[in-house]
Design a protein around this ligand. Structure first.
Ligand SMILES: [Zn+2]
Ligand SMILES: [Zn+2]
Length: 385
């Protein structure tokens, strides 16, 4: 049976991280062994700490939300907080003081000077045609690149980094603070070396010791056929070079698809509207559509086409990304009735009318197929009142 971790902290299942942290702080203030030596309180403290440990970890919280118990599985109870005694006490201090670690939580290694670089993102506008055929986009990128003077070392000439005097190479400095939990040993990144554990007495004059410089450069980004608005194309290791010349992050190129004059895209399908004169709809005709990938293509409008019908050019839509398949081109047929008739045209239509005596305006049955959709909508709107 999974434990009710939300209940232990007294928070709702949809509680935010902040609410969970707040609830835990409040309980820890009452139950922490340094404050409350009572045995029942200590047991309760273990429980609420376990609950906090679980609910503050997105992965463990997900397991709880799916009805599981992350502390019961895998390594058994011993793997969880409860079996580890107060080994997880560091978490308590983190909950109270943010990044500080608790007594006995030391042993942290210096962060090191070389760090991986961040990913970067830029957007590029593409026409529908470019999305359809794919394109190589020449883009200007502004990122940190490796310093070509020190090649990332950050040092000038043959000089070497030295151990940081402030932190003795640990990368962090510690201080003792008094709190309601007693004395707490807290650590924070060393302000001199910013956690690196070493400093550069004679830094590279080009990058100031950072190992990287900002630069604009041109890149050719290959955009595959079939991309759509909002998609991101990843260019490995074209992002920011990290501090100390660390491995570059990736560059993501986000597609901003420009609206097309004729076609509206829906996934792999393309939609357009074709105005069809009444007589062409009755007799049938063909129309040439200037398609994006296949050039001018003949579209057939069948005799007897009704308003709002569609005519489909199968396989003339957009290509599917990384596959040879194509969507459809769907033409919506807008039947146009002539508004201005001269005398001769009016006579002709009257003659035609004479030959079609049975064609009359008539009131239709509400049950007819044509009306069912309309009346279903009306009924829904009445009952909604
Ligand atoms: Zn340099
Ligand atoms: Zn330092």
């Amino acid at each position: 049976m999974a434990r009710d971790y939300y209940g232990l902290l007294g928070v709702a299942k949809n509680a935010t991280d902040q609410e969970i942290k707040r609830a835990y702080r409040k309980l820890a203030r009452e139950l922490h062994p340094d404050v409350n030596p009572d045995e029942a309180a200590q047991a309760k403290f273990k429980d609420v700490s376990a609950a906090y440990e679980v609910l503050s970890d997105p992965e463990k919280r997900r397991i709880v939300d799916m009805g599981g118990d992350p502390l019961e599985s895998g390594g058994g109870a011993g793997a969880g907080f409860s079996g580890a005694g107060f080994g997880g006490l560091g978490d308590v201090f983190e909950a109270f003081f943010g990044g500080m670690s608790g007594a006995g939580g030391g042993g942290r290694k210096p962060r090191g000077r070389v760090q991986p670089g961040a990913d970067s993102l830029l957007r590029t506008r593409l026409s529908l045609a470019e999305c359809a055929v794919g394109v190589t986009k020449h883009l200007t990128v502004d990122t940190a690149i490796l310093c070509d003077n020190c090649h990332g070392a950050g040092t000038n000439g043959n000089s070497k980094p030295v151990r940081c005097e402030t932190c003795g190479g640990a990368g962090e400095v510690q201080s003792v603070q008094r709190s309601f939990l007693g004395q707490v040993l807290t650590s924070r990144p060393c302000p001199t070396c910013r956690g690196a554990g070493e400093t550069i007495p004679d830094p590279c004059h080009k990058c100031g010791g950072d190992g990287r410089v900002r630069a604009r450069r041109e890149i050719a980004a290959p955009i595959p056929a079939g991309v759509a608005n909002g998609m991101r194309v990843r260019l490995a290791a074209q992002g920011e070079v990290g501090p100390g010349g660390g491995h570059a992050g990736d560059l993501y190129v986000e597609i901003v698809e420009q609206p097309h004059d004729v076609f509206v895209r829906d996934g792999d399908d393309l939609h357009c509207t074709i105005r069809v004169p009444m007589v062409d709809a009755a007799l049938g005709t063909t129309v040439v559509v200037d398609t994006i990938l296949d050039g001018p293509t003949e579209l057939t409008i069948a005799p007897g086409t009704q308003p709002n019908e569609v005519s489909v050019l199968r396989g003339h839509g957009m290509p599917r990304l990384r596959s040879g398949a194509r969507g459809d081109l769907i033409a919506h047929l807008d039947i146009v009735v002539p508004t201005k008739l001269d005398g001769k045209q009016t006579d002709l239509l009257r003659k035609y009318k004479g030959m079609r005596e049975r064609d009359r305006a008539e009131v239709m049955s509400a049950q007819s197929e044509h009306n069912s959709g309309l009346f279903a909508r009306l009924r829904a709107s009445f009952s909604g009142r």
